[in-house]
Design a protein around this ligand. Sequence first.
Ligand code: ZN
Length: 294
Amino acid sequence: MIYRIFATLILLSVYSVCVFGEEQKLRAVIIDGQNNHDWKGTSPILKAALERSGRFDVDVITSPPKGGDTNEFRPDFGKYDVVVLNYTDFGGGDTWSETVQRNFEKYVADGGGVVAYHAAISAFPQWTEFNKMIGIGGWCGRNEKSGPWLYVKDGQVVRDTSPGAAGHHGQQVEFQVVTFDAEHPVMKGLPPAFLHVKDELYSKMRGPAEHVTILATADSKLSEGGSGREEPVLLAVEYGNGRVFVTMLGHDPRSSRCVGFLATLSRGAEWAAIGKVTIPVPNNYPTGEKTSSE
Ligand code: ZN
């Protein structure tokens, strides 16, 4: 009798792991297809990292190429818990149709999650709501009319309204990503800094910068062609009932294999999807002095 009860309990627990474990996975979609970056090289790396976290089922929706039939691009955002943007219309690419823009605004305002990855923050300079979602962005004509420069000085967040263009990076360098908000779910439990592999360090980003939390910064050194400022590289933005995680990191496949980048991306995606983070810090997370790549 006792054995039968044990056997039933074991079967029940196996059943619940199989059935409920699967059901609890979050649904993510990576949007790519146009980007002045190597999206064909980076999307599989992002997809693999999200899947490896055990928290996501991941689709990829690839838009028609530049100049293609934009009517073919009608993602059903509502099917997903988080939308990962590996897309930009930088350099004459296609802006999303009005219908897709309104659908995306509704999806986020109603509580949908978004991850804006690297060059995605250059996208859609004229789309007001998108720029509120990403908080700050660069290039494509952005300037003081887009909003203030956002950076950190002496531990304080600065919103600098002085005139000037948005979007810059110096030569590719290794740099430390330093936690600025250690209590935010994305950052909580992570080491205070990690050394990121050689990458572009985005600087001089500006935008509406409303409902923005700076999660981590990096020192953009003048001697390396940077801004001379402590620049935000990971951010959290609230938009309506939705959440947006912004990572400025990951210019190319090589820099995207940094364990620190991939761990913060996965944790940021989970936070954007559900407002909390359960994905643990990987054992091979980089230290403040030593990089680590997949
Ligand atoms: Zn880049």
